[in-house]
Ligand binder design. Sequence first.
Ligand code: SF4
Ligand code: SF4
Length: 56
Amino acid sequence: MSYVISEECVSCGACAPECPTQAITEGDDKYVIDPEKCIECGACADVCPVGAPHQP
Ligand code: SF4
Ligand code: SF4
């Protein structure tokens, strides 16, 4: 399953440049992950200060 970003996201932007497949973009009120691009590496979760990226 692709990672998803929860409502905890504070839109700091730290995760996007860490994603090897450019799956993360800024959404309307939080960052979002394109499930078609996510390879489940966990890099976004490692850098997120609030633990928003997770696997459902
Ligand atoms: Fe990108 Fe890896 Fe996070 Fe998926 S788990 S969105 S591939 S950084
Ligand atoms: Fe949101 Fe975490 Fe990404 Fe920052 S690192 S934009 S809080 S998901």
